[in-house]
Design a protein around this ligand. Structure first.
Ligand SMILES: *[C@@H]1O[C@H](CO)[C@@H](O)[C@H](O)[C@H]1NC(C)=O
Ligand SMILES: *[C@@H]1O[C@H](CO)[C@@H](O)[C@H](O)[C@H]1NC(C)=O
Ligand SMILES: *[C@@H]1O[C@H](CO)[C@@H](O)[C@H](O)[C@H]1NC(C)=O
Ligand SMILES: *[C@@H]1O[C@H](CO)[C@@H](O)[C@H](O)[C@H]1NC(C)=O
Ligand SMILES: *[C@@H]1O[C@H](CO)[C@@H](O)[C@H](O)[C@H]1NC(C)=O
Ligand SMILES: *[C@@H]1O[C@H](CO)[C@@H](O)[C@H](O)[C@H]1NC(C)=O
Ligand SMILES: *[C@@H]1O[C@H](CO)[C@@H](O)[C@H](O)[C@H]1NC(C)=O
Ligand SMILES: *[C@@H]1O[C@H](CO)[C@@H](O)[C@H](O)[C@H]1NC(C)=O
Length: 496
């Protein structure tokens, strides 16, 4: 019997030491690209970056087939142009489920169907078929015995939410109240989630300067400009939380509570036209990096601190065929040829402490193929007018390297970048610098933003959860371990 207890204790210890990660960050895969990579290349990119959750806007055959047996969880989409057909005929909905979902299960782990995208705001004429389409699809899942495997919802735009600040007074546009009521009732009955496309990029750029940029980018900002909801006295540290809370309060106004929110699209464009100055790599990197830290930290929102938020970054590739302003084509983390637009760092909450600096794990280093004279010029500027602390690269100091201009310039560039990024400093230095997630620290030469080389050997590099244990499994594990503790206590009491 004691060996039994010891086995259980060892199991418990193992559970305690496995890094469990509740929330996840996935990624959207849009395919409006003239040179779309092959499905197998797409999957290779996902795997190389340890991405474990993807959202497709349709049900692309090749991509779905390639995702089989990869452990990647998939949300498929009924495109807006197929909504009418699915919403007007039970048979068409059943056919859709058979061809686009059932056909790939269980190999491809499809767990959600997103029915249309921003239907009420982008194709209001189809509004009346939205909930029927969801119901028909649900019946088809039920008939195929897939209703536990696959949930159904429909991504809503922030444009559905009126007066989104302060969040406590937010409401859905009442034009749609009857539909929203049925929609929420459906989510509640089926145990599904509210899908929200939350884009602080638009919140900021359309906000006419009401909110500081730092607030949109999850950065700290002048505490004199506290952003507070006057009704709840909650302080909002970032626009993402305020947007999510505005959706919770809008549901509450229709008397719905307890419906979780999945953010089905959020991101920041990395380049734009001349009139889109905020669409740049520094902001895109800051937004997405801080989003990952925020979500993986399991932080809820001020109104729902205990409800975890999962989010999908928009998006994997730049989509050159998307119409509209230049920024619209540049939301991707990758160019279609597979090279990164910028390297997104991803860090789990190491060792139980909370995630510290929002810039932790990001480094600005010298490009080693840049001209040495240009690097020297950048170095002198960074250590002089730039105000970097260059004492560590002086003779006799830990980062001093007599004959290595790339190494010392990297130290100075990085120090400058970390000091000034929040006030607009960039990683450029006449195009001789670049951003990386690889920590250049060595020995006792520690770069700004280093999370400690000696403890970070297991750092992840993708954006999926590091641990294979997902939210549902984790809560089971926790419940299980609570039970085991009780059982152990009982055993101990009995054996005395
Ligand atoms: C599919 O994903 C769900 C949710 O994360 C998970 O519980 C399930 O084990 C996965 N199924 C397979 C076959 O990987
Ligand atoms: C609410 O939605 C209706 C229908 O799309 C639209 O005409 C109206 O302008 C919206 N109301 C507001 C305040 O945006
Ligand atoms: C919500 O519940 C309150 C109190 O029960 C009620 O007064 C109100 O009419 C309800 N609102 C809706 C939209 O059902
Ligand atoms: C992570 O969560 C802790 C505790 O909930 C919080 O104090 C900290 O600010 C959070 N960090 C980030 C980056 O959100
Ligand atoms: C990939 O595409 C980008 C953008 O068009 C380009 O800058 C980069 O050089 C390309 N990389 C390769 C390896 O072709
Ligand atoms: C590094 O510099 C070389 C030569 O100037 C250039 O071709 C390359 O694109 C640069 N790399 C980055 C990541 O900026
Ligand atoms: C500059 O860096 C050195 C070590 O690298 C540190 O001891 C010193 O306090 C720093 N000075 C300032 C003003 O931050
Ligand atoms: C890491 O280990 C090296 C060698 O043991 C030591 O010199 C250095 O200070 C350590 N760095 C940190 C951040 O603990």
């Amino acid at each position: 019997m004691f060996t039994g207890i010891w086995k259980i204790s060892i199991l418990l210890l193992i559970f305690l030491f496995i890094k469990v990660s509740g929330s996840f960050v996935g990624i959207n895969i849009g395919t409006d690209i003239s040179a779309l990579p092959s499905a197998s290349n797409i999957v290779s990119i996902l795997q190389a970056h340890k991405i474990k959750h993807v959202r497709l806007f349709d049900a692309d055959r090749q991509i779905l087939a390639s995702l089989a047996n990869t452990g990647i969880e998939v949300m498929v989409g009924v495109p807006n142009d197929q909504l009418l057909r699915v919403g007007e005929s039970r048979a068409a909905a059943a056919d859709w489920v058979n061809r686009n979902v059932a056909a790939y299960l269980p190999g491809t782990n499809i767990t959600y169907i997103a029915v249309g995208n921003e239907v009420l705001t982008s194709i209001p004429n189809a509004a009346l078929v939205l909930v029927p389409a969801m119901q028909f699809l649900q019946s088809a899942l039920l008939a195929a015995n897939l209703n536990f495997q696959v949930k159904i919802s429909s991504p809503q735009s922030m444009d559905m939410i009126l007066k989104s600040f302060p969040p406590s007074t937010a409401t859905f546009n009442s034009t749609w109240s009857p539909i929203m009521y049925n929609f929420l009732q459906f989510l509640k009955n089926t145990g599904s989630s509210f899908m929200l496309n939350a884009q602080p990029y638009y919140g900021y750029t359309r906000g006419n300067g009401i909110f500081p940029l730092e607030y949109a980018l999850f950065r700290s900002f002048n505490p004199d400009n506290q952003i507070m909801d006057p009704n709840t006295l909650s302080t909002y540290l970032n626009m993402f939380d305020a947007m999510v809370d505005s959706a919770y309060y809008s549901m509450q106004e229709l008397n719905f509570s307890g419906i979780p929110i999945i953010v089905t699209a959020t991101g920041w464009p990395s380049s734009g036209g001349d009139d889109e100055p905020y669409a740049n790599i520094d902001n895109a990197l800051a937004y997405n990096n801080n989003l990952v830290l925020h979500v993986l930290n399991n932080s809820g929102t001020p109104s729902q601190p205990k409800s975890r938020i999962n989010a999908y970054i928009h998006e994997l590739f730049n989509e050159n065929l998307i119409p509209g302003p230049l920024s619209e084509k540049n939301w991707g983390l990758f160019f279609p040829n597979g090279t990164t637009v910028y390297e997104l760092n991803f860090e789990e909450d190491a060792g139980g402490g909370s995630v510290t600096s929002p810039m932790a794990g990001i480094f600005c280093v010298a490009n080693n193929s840049a001209d040495a004279r240009d690097l020297k010029q950048g170095l002198d500027w960074a250590c002089g007018p730039g105000g970097a602390n260059c004492s560590a690269i002086q003779s006799g100091m830990p980062c001093y390297e007599d004959d290595n201009i790339v190494a010392v310039a990297s130290y100075a560039f990085n120090d400058y970048y970390h000091r000034t990024q929040s006030s607009g400093g960039t990683c450029n230095f006449g195009h001789t610098a670049m951003i990386t997630a690889n920590d250049p620290s060595h020995g006792s030469c520690i770069f700004a933003g280093s999370m400690g080389l000696n403890s970070s050997t297991t750092r992840g590099t993708g954006f999926g959860p590091v641990s294979p244990i997902n939210g549902i499994a984790k809560s089971c594990v926790l419940q299980l371990s609570q039970h085991l503790v009780l059982v152990m206590l009982l055993f101990l009491l009995l054996s005395i």
